[in-house]
Design a binder for this molecule. Structure first.
Ligand code: HEC
Length: 298
């Protein structure tokens, strides 16, 4: 029978249930928080990729006079009057090479740019990336696409076709001959401004809920929870239970004939506290008892 347990036990039970409910609420919040943190991190990486591409695109191409052995790919080749060669890297190619370097040294985030119509076999999309591309093509308003794979968070955001892209992704007739020579005239052409050309795809190690919970085990959080517990305990013990016990003792003493027993309470007229009102009621009872006794004694 729960109803017959002491107030301190009842209150402790309620405190524990409250604690469990708050912990559950915190876990759910942590889960949302985790997704938010991962998404923010992925978006920061994607923003860097966008900036880099746009820097290369604004320059048209980056020209290098020395092809490193790891990065020997190029789109165009130029010779100056002195017979020196320069190799042009277009934005997509430069981004692919950047991503190779970045992904090798990556502690957390890796990224790449991919498309359903890829010119470069190394850019072929995987299953998640294909789903993301389809999602963006079906819904103009969708800003990002995300999913979890074993221990990995996956994020994608669309890359749209702009006017400047049409030179190499519009009509093959307009395309620089190097593009046709290298990739042919049937790959990744025929786009219009606003089309989804591809995606920036970011991979991050998933944040474990356990690791986040670990962060809660710091002295400040534990101290605050302990303080909450002690305040509750102190209030029930001294603010409630002890005062009720005092009134009980007083009433018991009265029942045994000590009509002047100590009844500690504040004036009920000036207090809204229910224990004070109980004290006031017992005190009224005591006055009636005294009057009755006086009558009987006469
Ligand atoms: C100078 C020609 C040129 C222009 C301009 C150009 N691209 Fe490309 N694009 C290419 C080439 C060449 C590739 C293949 C690169 C590689 O080998 O990784 C490519 C690849 C891509 C890819 C990767 C998928 C694939 O086909 O392998 C995306 C996405 C892409 N381009 C988007 C764009 C967008 C968006 C613009 C405009 C902002 C643009 N491109 C402008 C030539 C161009």
């Amino acid at each position: 029978m729960l109803g017959r347990l002491s107030l301190s036990i009842k209150y402790s039970l309620i405190f524990i249930i409250t604690g469990v409910l708050i912990a559950a609420a915190m876990l759910v919040s942590l889960y949302y928080f985790k997704s938010e943190v991962l998404r923010n991190e992925a978006q920061a990486v994607a923003a860097q990729v966008v900036s880099f591409r746009s820097w290369v695109a604004k320059s048209g191409m980056v020209w290098v006079d020395n092809l490193s052995t790891d990065f020997h790919d190029f789109l165009s080749k130029r010779e100056d009057a002195a017979g020196n060669f320069y190799f042009g890297k277009n934005p997509a190619l430069a981004t692919r090479e950047l991503s190779e370097i970045a992904n090798k040294s990556a502690i957390r985030a890796t990224f790449r740019v991919t498309s359903d119509e890829y010119r470069q076999p190394l850019n072929a999309p995987d299953d998640f990336e294909s789903r993301a591309i389809t999602a963006f093509k079906n819904d103009d308003g969708q800003r990002y696409y995300e999913d979890y794979e074993t221990d990995t968070y996956r994020y994608a955001q669309p890359v749209y076709v702009k006017q400047s892209c049409l030179k190499c992704h519009g009509d093959p007739e307009d395309a620089p001959k190097e593009v046709i020579e290298k990739y042919g005239a049937d790959k990744a052409f025929g786009y219009k401004v606003g089309d989804v050309r591809g995606i920036i795809s970011v991979k991050l190690p998933d944040l474990k809920l356990m690791d986040l919970i670990h962060n809660l085990a710091n002295p400040i959080t534990i101290g605050l929870i302990l303080a909450a517990f002690l305040i509750n305990l102190a209030y029930t013990q001294w603010g409630l239970i002890r005062r009720l016990r005092n009134l009980t003792n007083g009433a018991e003493a009265m029942s045994q004939g000590n009509l002047d027993a100590d009844l500690p309470f504040n004036d009920p007229q000036k207090s809204r506290d229910e224990v004070d009102h109980l004290g006031g009621a017992i005190s009224l009872l005591r006055n009636s008892l005294k009057v009755a006794m006086r009558h009987m004694n006469k």
